[in-house]
Design a binder for this molecule. Structure first.
Ligand code: GDP
Ligand code: IMO
Ligand code: MG
Length: 426
């Protein structure tokens, strides 16, 4: 059985949660590989909405879930997530890799200070960037440190001195921070989460050795990748399928399938270039139809047309083997529907995603207009959900087939509603 990576092909919120949930029915192990509480993955089951920020969504199916070493984990938020699942009678087995980093208040203060200064990129304010910064600066605190908290005192002192200096010199904020307070907090984390700390890399490798099925759940999206995304308007981790291997601790040859998830249109939260951003009033119409408000922060998402240039770039970067297109129902009764085929920049047409942000900022989308589709009747829906693609309205089928040609990658899943079962497999 394989290791499957699920990765977002746009700027996040593509509906990864829905797709991961759907395919995780037979999983032996489910792993989140990067990011932290900045993610918000939604599953809708029998009308009830479940939101996941750290935990892989397969927790809902009671699967053994893992948080890999590439993650930055907010212990307070993770405990809340676990408690809310427990209240639903779900107690998933959890393993947190000892090499994963802990998000502390100092990291959240720095994120907040930067965003409050008005010069930030529009982060989720969850302390993600500063925690990865401190990791790279080798002053981060890892879950494996929880067994010997006294031994990391000098690292903590350095972290606190750095934070005070940054807050005071860059943001003119004076705070009292002391190492005893952070140490006390870490003791509390150890008492509550220490029992979950283990070796996810070994667990995943051994499960694969035994022929198990492992789901590797990505967060954010390819265009938010710290290297390949629209830097500096990105998150602070590598979000791509390649990163899954490093973040988890498996060799690249262990991954069998890479499912790329994209909306039938595009959204983005936070600042940064967005060539296909829609004009009003259609932007508001799609935002309301798609309930495009952040799962983590509640911010209205910016909305745009499907950008084939960007998604083709993401397919290339990830080596995607099949695509899932979500939220086609949110474009019903919109006519025409536009798709961006290329960009025009300095009078020239380009079909590849520019690596320079300065160029991307100048790109104007070249659109084709396609006929829109109406809502599905109940009968069409029932037929389509049996796997009969031909039961969908012709214009919708044409749209999917058109995207498939543009992307040069099979579209295997078409999601036609938020509920778990509302998916057409081709
Ligand atoms: P993720 O971060 O990629 O997991 O995506 P989010 O959960 O943040 O946002 C996707 C939103 O779209 C969630 O509210 C989902 O419940 C919803 N969703 C996913 N697929 C569909 C779909 O096909 N149709 C509709 N109407 N909603 C969907
Ligand atoms: P999921 O997993 C959409 C965006 C933020 C901001 C930038 C940096 O639900 O798809 P950060 O807090 O990571 O330092 O913010 O990245 N961002 C997301 N946008 N979906 C997400 O996650 C995101 N996680 C971060 O809005 O622009
Ligand atoms: Mg989300």
């Amino acid at each position: 059985m394989p290791a499957v990576v699920i990765v977002g092909l746009q700027w996040g919120d593509e509906g990864k949660g829905k797709i991961v949930d759907f395919i995780s029915e037979n999983a032996d192990l489910a792993v989140r590989y990067q990011g932290g509480a900045n993610a918000g993955h939604t599953v809708v089951l029998n009308g009830k909405i479940y939101r996941f920020h750290h935990l892989p969504v397969a927790a809902l199916r009671g699967k053994h879930v893992c948080l890999a070493s590439g993650m930055v984990i907010d212990p307070v938020k993770l405990l809340k997530e676990l408690e809310s699942l427990n209240r639903e009678g779900i107690q998933p087995k959890l393993t947190i890799d000892g090499k994963a980093h802990i998000v502390l208040d100092i990291h959240k203060m720095l994120d907040e200070a930067e965003e409050s200064s008005g010069k930030g990129v529009g982060t989720t304010r969850m302390g993600i960037g500063p925690t990865y910064t401190y990791k790279s600066a080798r002053v981060g605190i890892r879950f494996s440190d929880l067994v010997e908290i006294e031994s990391i005192r000098s690292r903590l002192e350095k972290s606190i001195t750095m934070t005070k200096a940054l807050l005071s010199d860059v943001y003119n904020i004076k705070v009292e921070l002391d190492v005893e307070h952070v140490t006390q907090f870490l003791h509390e984390v150890a008492s509550k989460l220490g029992k979950y700390v283990g070796d996810v890399a070994r667990l995943v490798n051994e499960t694969l050795d035994k022929g198990g099925f492992v789901i590797l759940e990505g967060a954010q999206g390819t265009l938010l990748d710290i290297d390949h995304g629209t830097y500096p308007f990105v998150t602070s981790s590598n979000t791509t399928a390649g990163a899954a291997c490093n973040s988890v601790g498996i060799g690249p040859k262990r991954v069998d399938e890479i499912i790329g998830v994209t909306k039938a249109y595009t959204t983005r939260v936070g600042k940064g270039p967005f060539p296909t951003e829609m004009e009003e009033p259609v932007a508001s119409i799609v935002r309301e139809k798609g309930k495009e408000y952040g799962t983590t922060t509640g911010r209205p998402r910016r909305v745009g047309w499907f950008d084939a240039v960007a998604v083709r770039y993401s397919i290339m970067l990830n080596g995607v083997t099949s695509v899932a297109v979500t939220k086609v129902d949110c474009l019903t009764n919109i006519d025409p529907v536009k798709v961006c085929l290329a960009y025009e920049v300095n009078g020239q047409e380009v079909k590849t995603f520019p690596s320079s942000l300065h160029v991307l900022e100048k790109c104007k989308p070249v659109y084709v207009e396609l006929e829109g589709w109406r809502e599905l009747s109940e009968k069409e829906k029932v037929e389509a959900l049996k796997g009969n693609f031909d039961a969908l309205p012709k214009q919708l089928r044409d749209y999917i087939e058109f995207l498939e040609k543009l992307l040069v990658c099979p579209i295997k899943y078409v999601s036609i509603g938020a509920e778990r079962r509302e998916i057409v497999i081709r």
